[in-house]
Design a protein around this ligand. Structure first.
Ligand code: HEM
Length: 277
């Protein structure tokens, strides 16, 4: 009985394997057939689509029109735009040095397929003239930065603020008036707080309800709340504090020195990341 069950099991596994291999075969055949039916595109034609208005890329011998996808890519658009109109296999296979895109990204790419790359005589070009794919040369691999470092370098090169913890101050005539701390994540402000807030010898953070200047402290707290989760560019709204702060107890926007807070935040950005996230 056991023997029969065992034989049945072997037969079942064998038929499964046959199914898998037949399927694999037909998939590769399908790929070949599809490629032959694809429109032929030369490097010169590819090169005409080198901008955000029309962005084509050749990857592993196939050409993709990814114009519509550029704004959705999970990086700054510049990362993709610099490859438009070019043989991009190297960028595709090394989204970070030595790290190819995921199978999910691969599946996504198929939606944008428009043709196959050919040379001037119509012969397929795979993957591209003289461009290696996959593994990097050994020396380059040794010098490669970690993914986190690489992301930071890329943002630094593009002049974008880096994710991290920031601290900055506004000082007037030798005394600190605003000392601020916040986190930046994907260009958005998080956990903005005052480490020190003072004017003419009054420590606002030590004020209590009922104190004459207490409403001004509340206004600053509101600024922090309203900037939470906002893109860093939102700090410029502080030049018109009334757009961020409710008027409290008759204290006007004039009492609140939004410009000082902007200054402290920009000071923090100029100093650079105080601590990595
Ligand atoms: C050839 C130029 C390209 C470069 C240099 C590039 C670079 C990058 C980088 C730096 C990331 C973020 C790194 C990370 O995974 O954390 C990324 C992620 C991603 N990219 Fe690209 N990309 C390119 C083209 C494309 C194209 C054409 C598509 C799809 C049509 C695509 C889809 C994705 C997706 C879905 C992710 C999320 C992570 C993943 O699934 O691998 N990319 N890419």
């Amino acid at each position: 009985m056991n023997k029969i069950a065992y034989s049945a099991f072997i037969a079942f596994v064998a038929s499964l394997l046959t199914l898998v291999s037949v399927n694999a075969l037909s998939e590769s055949e399908r790929e070949d057939r599809d490629d032959a039916g694809l429109e032929s595109i030369t490097l010169a034609e590819l090169a005409e689509h080198d901008s955000a208005e029309s962005c084509w890329k050749a990857i592993h011998g196939r050409v993709y029109d990814i114009t519509d996808y550029v704004p959705d890519h999970p990086t700054e658009e510049e990362v993709l735009l610099e490859w438009c109109g070019r043989e991009s296999t190297e960028g595709w296979d090394n989204k970070r040095p030595g790290v190819p895109h995921s199978p999910r990204a691969e599946a996504m790419l198929e939606r944008y397929l428009i043709g196959r790359l050919v040379d001037d005589t119509g012969e397929p070009l795979e993957p591209g003239p003289g461009e290696p794919t996959g593994a990097m040369p050994e020396r380059q691999a040794e010098e490669a930065t970690s993914p986190a470092q690489d992301e930071r370098l890329a943002r630094a090169l593009l002049g974008l603020p880096l994710d991290g913890h920031y601290r900055g101050v506004f000082i007037d005539r030798g005394s600190i008036q605003v000392n601020i701390t916040f986190d930046l994540r994907d260009g958005h402000i998080e956990s903005l707080a005052y480490r020190y807030l003072a004017y003419r010898g009054v420590d606002y953070l030590a004020l209590e309800e009922g104190d004459e200047l207490y409403p001004v402290m509340l206004q600053h707290r509101q600024i922090a709340e309203r900037l939470e989760g906002a893109p860093i560019t939102r700090i410029f709204a502080l030049y018109e504090p009334a757009s961020l702060v409710d008027d409290i107890d008759g204290y006007s926007g004039a009492t609140l020195r939004g410009a000082k807070v902007i200054s402290a935040i920009r000071d923090a950005l100029n100093r650079g990341v105080y601590a990595w996230p």
